[in-house]
Design a binder for this molecule. Structure first.
Ligand SMILES: *[C@@H]1O[C@H](CO)[C@@H](O)[C@H](O)[C@H]1NC(C)=O
Length: 483
């Protein structure tokens, strides 16, 4: 949990300034107030952040939050290997923004950069320092773990100006960069922070540690902590020759530094196989920060290549990165259907009215790290995929998203995934008559500066055959999901 100091309130100007000003005669106080409003940088930032001018925020810029963090303050440190570089670099290109994102890739040895496209769209490449002097005794792992663990220290030694966070990731980690900023801006980068998340696999977390940030999901280390780590990391690594990977070595050093893991569940290691639909549709109410392990997970949109499918998801994220895959639940009472929205990704319609407490948890469309369909395998609640033909969801995947300037809203088109649902003898309307769902939503870049809450979802009456209209957004007064 974020510490209480992460509250944006701590960033507002000290109230005594205003109080003191108001004690002067009225004209003086007004002048002072005006001066303050015009020249206080903090107040100015707050004002811009709260401004809901949607036209001004295209293309989306990472916004300032509690700790005034911007993308340029983050150095991304990507661990890669030369032999997988040709395929893995495509994952990096998906999220890397030339001229905006900072940081570098660390490889074990030099690779050819043949294409102009690569030169322009990838971070600069560094070759890791030699680590052959370090002992490595783990029989299952690989000693490249030592090299990878030291990337943070090597990155620090590059001496990049104005860096507040180092964010580690693998070559197959895909970041939603605006959400990296949103999540890290909850924390004071002048303090020691180690931010990341566990594995989906309960057993993996037992073997490694629930206190460890998984490297593939990515994790962040604040600048002063990286300084402290750099001083002791080589000695620390020598004390743990038996550990498996780079991330457990990192955690061992964090433990020596007395720094616990600050858990942010938007970082996803994805230690699972199969279809991610259930996991993403049941995402916790927190920004999606990263995804990982795409070489072993099915493409997230059926019928697409892996890289293409991720590009398609990030396409929706361009319109409202803060809301990407966020869940909302509503019902079509006339038809007696339950509707589960994972914004920018997929919508599921199910026959019958299913309670939110059931719908909100992830369905096990995936299998666990040991390739078994086992409900005890996970570090969070899941629910089974419905076996009854009438209970199988009708899945609609996002087809395209656009922005309606005149109405200042985002219009998402979701189309039925052509995989016919089985016949059902229940006497209620079949969702198969719907071929398209249109979702209307306002951009909501500041949603994570407030208490976490799901968006409400409403079925908008429509006379168009085969098309369902949904509205998704802030819940109205007294608006709840009552079944
Ligand atoms: C979107 O829908 C059109 C028309 O049905 C189809 O040709 C296209 O392949 C779809 N695109 C995606 C990304 O699903």
């Amino acid at each position: 949990m974020p510490p209480s100091s992460s509250s944006p309130a701590t960033q507002s100007p000290p109230s005594f300034t205003l109080a003191a000003a108001l004690r002067f005669a009225l004209p003086t106080s007004l002048l002072l107030l005006l001066f303050y409003l015009l020249y206080s940088p903090k107040l100015l930032t707050t004002t811009t952040t709260n401004c809901h001018d949607l036209t001004a925020s295209k293309p989306e810029q990472p916004v300032n939050h509690g700790y005034d963090l911007e993308l340029k303050h983050i150095a991304f440190c990507i661990a890669a290997s030369a032999n997988l570089w040709d395929s893995r670099k495509e994952y990096i290109k998906l999220w890397w923004r030339p001229g905006e994102t900072r940081g570098a890739v660390w490889l074990d040895h030099q690779v050819e950069i043949d294409y102009d496209d690569d030169r322009r769209n990838l971070p600069e490449i560094h070759i890791s320092e030699d680590t052959s002097r370090f002992p490595y005794t783990n029989r299952q792992g690989h000693r490249s773990a030592i090299r990878i663990s030291r990337i943070v220290s090597e990155a620090l030694r590059l001496g990049l100006a104005d860096v507040r966070w180092f964010v580690m990731g693998d070559d197959d980690t895909v970041f939603v960069v605006e959400n990296v900023v949103r999540v890290l801006s909850r924390y004071d980068d002048k303090e020691f922070y180690y931010v990341g998340s566990s594995s989906e696999s309960h057993l993996q977390n037992i073997f490694f540690s629930y206190s460890m940030a998984y490297g593939g999901g990515g994790f962040a280390i604040s600048y002063p902590l990286a300084m402290e780590l750099e001083k002791m990391q080589d000695r620390c690594i020598k004390r743990y020759p038996g550990l498996y990977g780079s991330d457990d070595r990192m955690q061992a050093c964090m433990a020596e530094l007395n720094v616990p893991l600050t858990k942010e569940p938007g970082f996803h290691q994805n230690d699972i196989y199969g279809n991610l639909l259930g996991l993403l549709s049941g995402h916790p109410v927190t920004p999606l920060v990263s995804l990982h392990h795409f070489d072993i997970i099915d493409p997230i949109f059926p019928g697409m290549e892996r890289v293409e499918s991720l590009k398609h998801l990030l396409e929706s994220a361009k319109y409202d990165s803060a809301s990407i895959i966020q869940q909302s639940i509503c019902y079509d009472r006339k038809q007696e259907w339950s509707v589960l929205v994972s914004w920018g990704f997929a919508i599921q319609i199910m026959r019958g009215i299913i309670s939110p407490r059931e719908l909100e948890s992830p369905t096990r469309t995936f299998i666990n790290w040991y390739k078994v369909l086992d409900f005890t395998a996970y570090a969070f609640n899941t629910r089974p995929v419905a076996g009854h033909p009438c209970q199988q969801p009708f899945v609609f995947y996002v087809n395209s998203t656009k922005y309606d300037k005149s109405r200042r809203q985002i219009i998402g088109i979701y189309t039925y995934h052509d995989d016919p649902n089985p016949p059902c003898p229940w006497g209620i309307e079949s969702p198969e008559k719907i071929h398209t769902i249109v979702v209307l939503k306002h951009e909501d870049p500041d949603r994570w500066q407030k208490a976490p809450r799901k968006d409400c979802c409403r079925v908008v009456p429509s006379s168009k055959e085969g098309i369902m209209y949904l509205w998704v957004g802030h819940c109205g007064q007294n608006e709840i999901i009552e079944t």
